[in-house]
Design a protein around this ligand. Structure first.
Ligand SMILES: [Zn+2]
Length: 264
C-alpha cells in the first residue's frame, strides 16, 4: 500500500446530523452555524459520536475550519450563482473573508476548507488571502452546476488552473453537487495539469432539492461508495460527502476504499 494510493476521507454533512438530533435549522439565516450560538454541545456531540470514531483509523483526525462563499451571508441563495462577484472587487472579497480566516487559524485548525466557492474570482481572492498566512494550508473546492462549469459559469478546468501550483493548497476540487457530475469534471480537468496534492471531491447524497418539498429522490444505493474508486482513479486524494450525506455513507465510503486498496 503506497502512500500515493491513499485517500483521505472527508466527513459528511453537519447540518443533516444536527437536524437528525432534533435541531430546527430550516429558515434560519445562520443555518447550521446557529448551533454555535444556541447549542454548541450538539455540534460536539455530532463530531464525537459520528465523525471522529469513523475517521480515526490512522490516529488523530484533521480539523478543517470551513470558509464558505460570501453569498451565503446575503441570505438570498446567491451563493449558488455567485453573481455578486460582478459587483465586488477581489480586495472586497478578501476583506470580507479575512476576519473569519484569521479567527479559524488563531483557533488552531489543522487546515482551512475553502468550500462551495461558486466563482473563479472568489476562489482567486481566497487563495490570495491565504498567502497572508504563509504557514497555513487549505483546500479549495468549487460548487459546480453541470458536467463542465462551476456555479457562476466558468469552466471547471479553467477555474482550477490558477490554484494548481499553489504550495499552500493540499487539494483543489469540487463539492455540493450531484455525484454523477464528478467524474466528467475531473476527466476534462485531467487533460491539463493536476493539482499537486490531488483532487478533493465531496458531492451531495444524490438527492435533489425541491424548494417546496425539500430533499427528494433519494438514490437506493450510497453514491459515495458507488463512485469512490472511479474518483480515486481519476486522481482524487480527498473524498467525502456534502449535503445529506450521513456518517453511515462515510463509513461505507471508507470501507469501499479500504477494500480496493487491499486488492492492490
Ligand atoms: Zn452541500
Amino acid at each position: 500500500m503506497g502512500e500515493e494510493k491513499e485517500v483521505t476521507i472527508v466527513d459528511g454533512a453537519l447540518a443533516t446530523e444536527l437536524e437528525a438530533a432534533g435541531l430546527n435549522l430550516q429558515g434560519d439565516q445562520l443555518w447550521s452555524a446557529r448551533a454555535l450560538q444556541t447549542n454548541p454541545q450538539a455540534i460536539k456531540n455530532v463530531h464525537a459520536s459520528n465523525t471522529v470514531p469513523r475517521l480515526c483509523d490512522r490516529g488523530k483526525p484533521l480539523i478543517a475550519g470551513s470558509i464558505g462563499p460570501y453569498g451565503a451571508f446575503l441570505n438570498d441563495a446567491s451563493e449558488y450563482s455567485g453573481n455578486y462577484v460582478e459587483n465586488m472587487t477581489k480586495e472586497e472579497l478578501k476583506a470580507w473573508h479575512r476576519p473569519q480566516l484569521q479567527s479559524l487559524i488563531t483557533a488552531g485548525v489543522d487546515l482551512i476548507a475553502m468550500e462551495t466557492v461558486p466563482s473563479q474570482k472568489e476562489g482567486e481572492a481566497l487563495v490570495e488571502l491565504l498567502r497572508e498566512f504563509p504557514n497555513s494550508k487549505a483546500w479549495l473546492s468549487f460548487s459546480v452546476k453541470d458536467e463542465q462549469c462551476i456555479s457562476h459559469g466558468e469552466k471547471f478546468n479553467d477555474a482550477v488552473k490558477f490554484a494548481i501550483t499553489s504550495d499552500q493548497l493540499v487539494a483543489v476540487g469540487l463539492n455540493c453537487c450531484p455525484p454523477d457530475l464528478v467524474s466528467p469534471l475531473l476527466s476534462t480537468a485531467n487533460k491539463n495539469r493536476r493539482p499537486k496534492g490531488g483532487w478533493i471531491v465531496y458531492p451531495n447524497s444524490g438527492e435533489t432539492w425541491n424548494p417546496n418539498t425539500r430533499w427528494e429522490n433519494k438514490p437506493i444505493d450510497n453514491q459515495l461508495a458507488r463512485f469512490a474508486v472511479e474518483w480515486k482513479e481519476l486522481g482524487a486524494k480527498w473524498i467525502g460527502g456534502c449535503c445529506r450525506t450521513t456518517p453511515a455513507d462515510i463509513a461505507e465510503l471508507r470501507d469501499t476504499l479500504k477494500a480496493n486498496l487491499s486488492q492492490q
